[in-house]
Design a protein around this ligand. Structure first.
Ligand code: SF4
Length: 441
C-alpha cells in the first residue's frame, strides 16, 4: 500500500538539514507521498527505511519501453484512476497489425499507412506508433520474411511480435531482437520458454493467463525467472476488457496484487475501431488494431490526445505569427491568446471568410481573453513583446493590429506602448465575418 506523508515522515531522520533540496523533512515526506521526489535524495536514510520507501513510492504501474530510437515509446508509470485526479502520463501506443500470411506488397502498404499518418493538432504531431506482426502461417520462414519486410528500411519503427510457438518467436527475434520489440505469446503453458527469450533479447514481454488470478501468478513466475519488463494481456470482447482493465487498474493502484502492477496490452483486431476507442478510454497501454480508415485513425489519435492531456493545464497553442490563407503585406493582423479553444474557434471563422490574414498568438498561459485581461496576463507589454519577438512589422506594411473585443480596455495602452494603431474587433468570433465586411473593406 502507498504510505501517507506522515507515515513516511516517521521513517525520515528528522535532521531538517535541507540536503534533499527541501526545507524540512516534513516537506520532503509530502513530496515522496505525491511521487514528486525519490528517497535517494536523502543521504541519511538507513537501509530499512530505503527498502520500505522504495517499495511504497515506486509507480504502482511499472514503466515499459517498446522499441529503440526516436520512435520508441514508453507506457505505464501511471498513478491515478481518473485523469482529473492528476493526469495520465503515457498515452497508449497504437500499432497496425499485419499477418505473415499477407503478401509483402500488402505489408509494405500498411507500413506506408503508418509512416504517412500524421495529424497536427494544437501544434503537436499525432502519430501511429508501429507495426504488429502476427505469426498466423505456422511457418518460421514466413514469419521471418514478414518481419524482414517490415524491418528493412524501417528499423526505427517499434514492433510487436505475436506468436505463441517459442521456436517461431525465436526465429523472429533473431531478425529484429536488437530493436527491442514487444513480444506477445506467453501463456500458462510456455512461460519458461518466453521468459528465456525475453531475457536473451532484452525484449518486454506480454503475459497472459486464463483469468486474473492466473495472470498475476504467471507474472510472478516471470519475475522469479528474472523478467522485469512486462505487460498484461487483457484482450477479449469489449465488455470483458472494460471489466478486467478496470479491476486491474484499481488493484494496481492499491498495490494489493504485485503481479497486476503492469501496463495493459489489448489486441483489438476483432473489435476494430470501437475496441480501439474502448482501449484508449479504459487504460490500455499498447493497442494492436487492423488498419483503419483515415477518418477513424484521425478520430482515435485526437481522442488519445484529449485523454492524455493534463486536465489541470489548459491546452495551449505555441505563441507566434500564423498565416490564415496566403496573407500578403497589406492583409490585416488579428491578435488573440494562446488558449487552444479560442485559437481554433477564431481560426475556423477566419478561414470561412476566405479573407487571408495574419494571426498573432500571444502567450497568456493558456487563458481565454476575458480571464487573461482580468488576470493581467494579456497586457500592453505582452502585446509589444509578441510584436517584436515574432517580427510582425517585417511582414506587413500597415502597423495596425485588431484585438479581441474583450480586450478593448487595453486598446489605448497598447497603442501608446507599441506605436501600432489598434482596432477593437468583435467579442464573439462568430461576428468576425460581418466585422471584416464592414470594417476592413
Ligand atoms: Fe530531512 Fe533527509 Fe531532507 Fe535532511 S536530507 S531535510 S534529513 S529528509
Amino acid at each position: 500500500m502507498a504510505l501517507k506523508a506522515l507515515d513516511i515522515y516517521k521513517l525520515l531522520p528528522k535532521k531538517n538539514c535541507k540536503e534533499c533540496g527541501d526545507p524540512t523533512c516534513l516537506t520532503f515526506a509530502m513530496k515522496l507521498a505525491q511521487g514528486k521526489a525519490e528517497p535517494d535524495l536523502c543521504p541519511y536514510l538507513d537501509e530499512e527505511a530505503k527498502n520500505i520507501l522504495g517499495a511504497s513510492t515506486r509507480p504502482p504501474i511499472q514503466k515499459v519501453t517498446v522499441g529503440m530510437g526516436t520512435l520508441s515509446f514508453t507506457v505505464g508509470d501511471e498513478f491515478v484512476f481518473y485523469r482529473h485526479e492528476k493526469t495520465f502520463y503515457h498515452q497508449p501506443g497504437i500499432l497496425y497489425a499485419v499477418s505473415d500470411t499477407e503478401s509483402d506488397d500488402r505489408i509494405r502498404e500498411v507500413i506506408s499507412q503508418v509512416r504517412g499518418c500524421k495529424v497536427t493538432r494544437i501544434g503537436i504531431d499525432l502519430l501511429l506508433n508501429g507495426i504488429a506482426i502476427s505469426a498466423d502461417s505456422g511457418s518460421s520462414e514466413r514469419f521471418v520474411a514478414a518481419i524482414s519486410t517490415v524491418v528493412s528500411g524501417n528499423p526505427d519503427l517499434p514492433l510487436v511480435l505475436m506468436a505463441s510457438e517459442p521456436a517461431i518467436m525465436e526465429a523472429g527475434l533473431a531478425v529484429c531482437g536488437n530493436y527491442l520489440p514487444l513480444i506477445r505469446g506467453a501463456g500458462d503453458k510456455n512461460i519458461e520458454e518466453f521468459c528465456s527469450l525475453a531475457k536473451k533479447y532484452g525484449a518486454p514481454l506480454v503475459v497472459s493467463g486464463s483469468d486474473l488470478q492466473r495472470l498475476a501468478a504467471n507474472v510472478t513466475r516471470c519475475t522469479g525467472l528474472g523478467v522485469t519488463q512486462m505487460m498484461l494481456d487483457l484482450s477479449g470482447t469489449e465488455g470483458e476488457f472494460v471489466r478486467t482493465s478496470t479491476l486491474v487498474r484499481q488493484t494496481a493502484l492499491a498495490r494489493s496484487v504485485p503481479g497486476l502492477g503492469y501496463p495493459v496490452f489489448l489486441d483489438a483486431r476483432t473489435t476494430g475501431f470501437s475496441g480501439l476507442i474502448t482501449g484508449i478510454v479504459k487504460f490500455a497501454s499498447v493497442i494492436v488494431v487492423n488498419p483503419l480508415s483515415r477518418t477513424e485513425m484521425q478520430a482515435a489519435l485526437v481522442m488519445r490526445q484529449n485523454i492524455y492531456t493534463d486536465p489541470q493545464k489548459p491546452i495551449q497553442m505555441t505563441p507566434g505569427l500564423y498565416r490564415v490563407g496566403t496573407p500578403g503585406r497589406d492583409d490585416p493582423v488579428f491578435l488573440t491568446v494562446n488558449f487552444s479553444l479560442t485559437y481554433f474557434t477564431l481560426q475556423g471563422y477566419l478561414e470561412s471568410t476566405r479573407r487571408s490574414c495574419w494571426l498573432l498568438i500571444v502567450d497568456t498561459e493558456g487563458m481565454s481573453v476575458l480571464t487573461a485581461v482580468a488576470a493581467g496576463k494579456l497586457s500592453e507589454s505582452v502585446v509589444k513583446d509578441a510584436i517584436e519577438k515574432f517580427a510582425v512589422a517585417d511582414e506587413v506594411n500597415n502597423k495596425t493590429i485588431i484585438i479581441p473585443g474583450y480586450a478593448s480596455p487595453l486598446s489605448g495602452r497598447i497603442e501608446e506602448y507599441t506605436g501600432w494603431k489598434v482596432i477593437v474587433g468583435p467579442r464573439d468570433a462568430a461576428e468576425i465575418a460581418s466585422f471584416i465586411e464592414e470594417e476592413l473593406k
